[in-house]
Design a protein around this ligand. Structure first.
Ligand SMILES: Cc1cc2nc3c(=O)[nH]c(=O)nc-3n(C[C@H](O)[C@H](O)[C@H](O)COP(=O)(O)OP(=O)(O)OC[C@H]3O[C@@H](n4cnc5c(N)ncnc54)[C@H](O)[C@@H]3O)c2cc1C
Length: 512
């Protein structure tokens, strides 16, 4: 790597590689502590694992079986924090667990749920667990086979995972961080106890960043960054081992009425979730398959599809078939390899690999594992680890709402009603989508709008020019895929023709 005099050098305290939930969470925390931060992401923000999750903010009931009490306690506590700090995109959900005495005895489930209810403080929005009859006509029982006579119900939350990433990136930027999507780290070396990184933008131009600290939050590519650092003089140790585990989901037309989810036990001891998704769909997942390919090319296999269909068909009256699948997605979990034989029981807890920080070697912190749910705490712990090099150890994110979270009485339904009252021409479904995606940020792009026509060109399914412009200007959206699959999830509804029309518009109205 040659640094020529012509190349401009950015000087920062912390360079973060990776714009998933962990990278953006750390960027936000670090920027809020007064550090000069630059984050680079080689594709779109949340372009990899952080938009391919099961979209749950949960303690992880099944981790209790693996005695992961630390993780479950922290995740349950974070569930509360996120409900409070992001009530627009994190919503309580009831989970129905049909009982199958051949898989787990009732006493074991009761004990697990008791612990789940009591390991951390639980707000009134998350009612406790209970055993329920399912041999009746309740909404919980209706879709299930008649042979299922009883079950359990408990609370967790769902989230729009890619929007959580964007909100962290927005807040990081507001606090001074530079956020650079479509900008890949292609070279790393050390010089005078600092990092010199070469970043390449999508258009091929490069820039050099000099950083006191490097944070490797590259998710499934964490080893690549460690190798890049090790090749060029750092003592990046690479002590931690990575285990890549693929997980896939199916989307079908909505399988049942109601806002609750199902957690289905399988014969292999794994569980599969069925959750309502975007009003009209159900989401089914996930799987745990060791993955050895290129994480950029991950896709669902025929075996995973059959496995997920069979899981649902073992419990639901109305069998679902391959023809019912309207969409799928797969992601790769960048897990810390705790040498567990089974991909499903490999820990979901996070671990840091910290090297350098002594002699002439600058500090490098690499992130292994983690959950969407625990990202904020992970960021706090990362900054704690880096405190000897930053001197700014004060945590602050615990009670800091994310952008758009200042809803009246922290009540999303009240906010939807207010939006409808203030903008009576806005269809209820649109008001509701804006509220659940942007919270009070929606008021910024709706300001001075007075009719549906004033929102500009309509691309279909309540996506208007005003929103698209907002996404371009404030949320780094660059192409139709960013908008349809990570910012709004309207891709599930858009026809190829509608997508093409949006692409054409974006081509004409590119923001540089
Ligand atoms: C199927 C599945 C279901 C899950 N369900 C849940 C759930 O319900 N709840 C939950 O809490 N967690 C869940 N998780 C876990 C959670 O999704 C992950 O732990 C989390 O998204 C990992 O985030 P990350 O930031 O570490 O990685 P990523 O989101 O993958 O981000 C890493 C980023 O680094 C970028 N990058 C890599 N190399 C470079 C480079 N050289 N230069 C610039 N950028 C680079 C990549 O493009 C990528 O965007 C699930 C995971 C999977 C796979």
């Amino acid at each position: 790597m040659n640094t020529t005099a012509a190349q401009c050098i950015d000087n920062v305290d912390v360079l973060i590689i990776g714009g998933g939930i962990n990278g953006t969470g750390i960027a936000r925390d670090a920027a809020g502590r007064g550090l000069k931060v630059l984050l680079c992401e080689k594709q779109d923000l949340a372009g990899a694992t952080s938009s391919a999750s099961s979209k749950l903010i949960h303690g992880g009931l099944r981790y209790l079986e693996q005695y992961e009490f630390r993780l479950v306690r922290e995740a349950l506590a974070e569930r509360e924090v996120l409900l409070h700090n992001a009530p627009h995109i994190v919503h309580p959900m009831r989970f129905v667990l049909p009982h199958n005495k051949n898989l787990r005895p009732a006493w074991m489930i009761r004990l697990g749920l008791f612990l789940y209810d009591h390991l951390a403080k639980r707000s009134k929005n998350l009612p406790g667990s209970q055993q329920i009859p399912l041999a009746n006509t309740s909404a919980y029982a209706l879709p299930l086979k008649d042979s299922i006579k009883k079950g359990f119900i408990y609370s967790d939350c769902n989230v729009d995972d890619s929007r959580l990433v964007i909100l962290n990136a927005i807040d990081a930027q507001t606090r001074g961080a530079q956020i650079l999507p479509r900008c890949e780290c292609i070279g790393l070396k050390t010089q005078n106890n600092t990092w010199l990184a070469t970043l390449r933008h999508q258009d091929g131009t490069t820039r050099i960043v000099q950083a006191k600290i490097l944070v490797n939050a590259a998710g499934p590519w964490v080893d690549n960054i460690q190798n890049l650092a090790a090749q060029h003089g750092s003592n990046a140790t690479g002590k931690r081992k990575l285990r890549l585990v693929k997980g896939s989901h199916l989307v079908t037309p909505r399988l049942y009425e109601g806002t609750h989810a199902y957690i289905l036990q399988n014969k292999d001891k794994r569980i599969v979730f069925v959750t309502p998704y975007r009003n009209d769909f159900s989401m089914i997942g996930t799987t745990d398959i060791d993955f050895h390919g290129d994480p950029a090319n991950v896709a669902i296999s025929a075996e995973e599809t059959d496995y997920l269909l069979q899981s649902v068909n073992a419990y639901f009256k109305q069998a679902i078939r391959h023809e019912d699948i309207v969409s799928t997605w797969s992601g790769v979990r960048p897990l810390y390899d705790d040498a567990h034989g089974n991909a499903s029981t490999t820990t979901r807890d996070y671990v840091f690999d910290v090297s350098g920080g002594t002699g002439s070697s600058p500090p490098l912190l690499s992130v292994f594992g983690g959950k969407i749910t625990t990202y904020r705490k992970l960021a706090e712990h990362a900054l704690e680890k880096l405190a000897p090099f930053t001197g700014k150890p004060q945590p602050w994110t615990h009670a800091a709402p994310l952008p758009g979270a200042d809803l009246p009485n922290a009540d999303i339904n009240l906010f939807i009603s207010q939006l409808q009252k203030n903008f009576p021409w806005l269809p209820k479904s649109t008001a509701s989508r804006y509220a659940c995606a942007y919270g009070t940020l929606a008021l910024l792009f709706l300001a001075e709008k007075n009719s549906i026509e004033s929102l500009g060109q309509h691309f279909g399914h309540d996506l208007y020019e005003t929103e698209v412009k907002w996404l371009q200007a404030h949320e780094w959206a660059n192409c139709a895929e960013d908008i349809l699959w990570r910012r709004t999830r309207l891709g599930l509804y858009f026809t190829p023709e509608q997508t093409l029309a949006l692409q054409k518009w974006l081509k004409k109205h590119t923001i540089r």
